[in-house]
Ligand binder design. Structure first.
Ligand SMILES: Cc1cc2nc3c(=O)[nH]c(=O)nc-3n(C[C@H](O)[C@H](O)[C@H](O)COP(=O)(O)O)c2cc1C
Length: 359
């Protein structure tokens, strides 16, 4: 079933393989170059079902934390993205833009606004470490508006949808997590209140785009700086985290795991994507070391190609709907074709050298 078509809302995908969002830091001035256009087109041509772009910085003064990440806030950047979208569509693919706010990963002195500090829910970048700016209600409003206007740009550009990056410890996850959100207003306190920020983002995005445009949310238990952290300690907690974002108008959820074969909650063998679909009842993407022989520890660690039988089995049993592949597709743009034909031995292994080039 992995290589069979899937309908996501009104979008007909030719198979269930999704390219996971991966930052490439190769868009100087926030503008995707012709190499970026060719990089995504190449994967669409080689039959990737759905491409989720690298994180695109939302148009807010504190959103960035890394160099050469693409943006949407200039005409040139939007024209660059239009070329990416056209390249993917000409090759029969589908493409969703990931919207990203780096939150507490930003530090004073960083471009493009060196005087602007990192923004977080309570000024915390990790439990007990208060070095960022605690967002005011006005900051929250401005940030929500930035997501809404960027989503509109994405629809005008021709993307099939947007994915809100709520994972890995960045701004939205900083609100989600009790370790970094100790606010005592409507955005903090209980699990449900910690989901309020993202729910308002989803509602604002929805009200600024057409009904057909897809809106997804990526979330994770793990953080860049704490692999063991958890938003939800039980399926009941997970329900509380996800309920209001789903009701705010999501079309899919993207459960970011480091190892998709691992059980998430005690007493069951099933992973986070399984529970996400079961609880939310909306299309769900699973991701995490698919097709690789070592897990996601460090993005520079080498990893060899591995069997995907377990992933194929999960999709066949409809435990979740779509399978995202990151590093394996970064190192080998023909990964889908090779796996479909059972040519595992021809797959190019993942290495840190693959990160340097944009092929
Ligand atoms: C180079 C690189 C850049 C990444 N950038 C992003 C990103 O921009 N947004 C995001 O949500 N995840 C990002 N990730 C995480 C991946 O989407 C994915 O969840 C992770 O690599 C695990 O999948 P894999 O084992 O198939 O690589 C990145 C991973 C890598 C290796």
């Amino acid at each position: 079933m992995l290589f069979e078509p899937y309908k996501l809302k009104n979008l007909n995908l030719r198979n269930r393989v999704v390219m996971a969002p991966m930052t490439r830091n190769q868009s100087p001035g926030g503008i995707p170059t012709s190499e970026v256009v060719a990089y995504y087109s190449r994967r669409a041509k080689a039959e990737v079902g759905l491409i989720i772009t690298e994180g695109i910085e939302v148009s807010h003064e504190a959103s960035s934390a890394y160099p050469n990440v693409p943006r949407l806030d200039t005409k040139e950047a939007r024209e660059g993205w239009k070329r990416v979208v056209n390249g993917v569509k000409e090759n029969g693919g589908s493409v969703i833009a990931q919207l990203w706010h780096c939150g507490g990963f930003r530090k004073l002195g960083m471009q493009p606004n060196p005087e602007v500090p990192g923004h977080t829910a309570s000024g915390l970048v990790k439990p007990g470490k208060k070095v960022a700016h605690e967002m005011t209600l006005e900051d929250i409003k401005q940030t929500i508006n930035a997501y809404a206007s960027d989503a509109k740009y994405c629809e005008e550009i021709g993307f099939d949808g947007v994915e809100i990056h709520g994972a890995h410890g960045y701004l939205i996850d900083n609100f989600f997590w009790e370790g970094t959100n100790i606010r005592d207003d409507s955005y903090g306190g209980s699990i449900e209140k910690r989901s309020q920020f993202v729910s308002e983002i989803i509602q604002a995005v929805r009200s600024n785009i057409s009904q057909e445009f897809i809106v997804g949310l990526r979330f994770s238990q793990w953080k860049q700086h704490d692999f063991e952290a958890k938003l939800a300690h039980s399926t009941d907690d997970l329900k509380k985290v996800l309920l209001s974002p789903v009701e705010s108008g999501l079309d899919y959820l993207h459960s970011s795991m480091r190892r998709f074969w691992e059980s998430e909650f005690e007493g069951s063998e099933e992973n986070l994507a399984y529970w996400t679909k079961k609880i939310s009842n909306i299309p769900t993407i699973g991701v995490g070391s698919v097709g690789l022989d070592s897990d996601f520890i460090d993005m520079t660690a080498p990893s060899k190609p591995a069997s995907i039988d377990k992933a194929i089995d999960d999709i066949s049993k409809e435990k979740y709907d779509l399978l995202a592949v990151g590093r394996a597709l970064l190192s080998d743009h023909e990964w889908v074709l090779k796996m479909k034909e059972g040519r595992l031995k021809d797959v190019i292994p993942y290495s840190k050298e693959a990160l340097l080039k944009l092929y």
